[in-house]
Design a protein around this ligand. Structure first.
Ligand SMILES: CC(C)(COP(=O)(O)OP(=O)(O)OC[C@H]1O[C@@H](n2cnc3c(N)ncnc32)[C@H](O)[C@@H]1OP(=O)(O)O)[C@@H](O)C(=O)NCCC(=O)NCCS
Length: 148
């Protein structure tokens, strides 16, 4: 296990998140595209996972509606996977969401993001639906976890 340090970071650390995102996902996104998505969002949460000070993983999310928190992205850089870092990030999100009075967490995942599908099932998320993503012309699987 990597035993990462999970930190809540502020808007000034968005460049660290964007850099991690661009090491993990394609197409790349610039800072403005994150800022645009955050506009008007409530309770934006940004987490960075570090191992020996090196940023190796991130989480970003925001409120979907009262009582439901939405996980927009989890990512861990390829050479640090299967060491429990995403699980640590998820546990940190669960505990932050409980402390902030959310009843459940939701996220959406494409079929090709297989490791995330496995992770969600491993952390006892339920599949609560599926929706057509017109942006990518693919289905998205909708996951939910009721917090207790
Ligand atoms: C999904 C992702 C965040 C998982 O990160 P990670 O730090 O490797 O995950 P963890 O080590 O915490 O995995 C915990 C459990 O999830 C499951 N899991 C994770 N990756 C898996 C894989 N490739 N195959 C099968 N099960 C997997 C396993 O049950 C694993 O436990 P185990 O290692 O004891 O078997 C990482 O693979 C990633 O960044 N992928 C690309 C980005 C992405 O798809 N993000 C999700 C879209 S929002």
């Amino acid at each position: 296990m990597a035993d990462a340090i999970i930190e809540v970071v502020g808007p000034e650390d968005l460049p660290v998140i964007a850099q991690l995102y661009n090491q993990i996902f394609r197409p790349a996104r610039d800072l403005d595209s994150f800022k645009r998505r955050f506009r008007g969002r409530y309770n934006i949460l940004q987490l960075v996972a570090r191992v020996k000070d090196r940023p190796v993983g991130f989480f970003i999310g925001f409120e979907l509606k009262p009582m439901v928190f939405f996980a927009w992205f989890y990512g861990v850089i390829p050479d640090c996977r299967r060491q429990g870092i995403a699980s640590q990030l998820m546990e940190a999100v669960h505990s932050w969401a409980r402390q902030n009075d959310y009843e459940s967490l939701r996220f959406e995942c494409h079929n090709q993001h297989r490791p995330m599908l496995h992770l969600a099932i491993a952390l006892e998320y339920d599949i609560v639906g599926i929706r057509w993503d017109p942006d990518r012309a693919e289905n998205l699987v909708i996951f939910e976890k009721v917090l207790n």
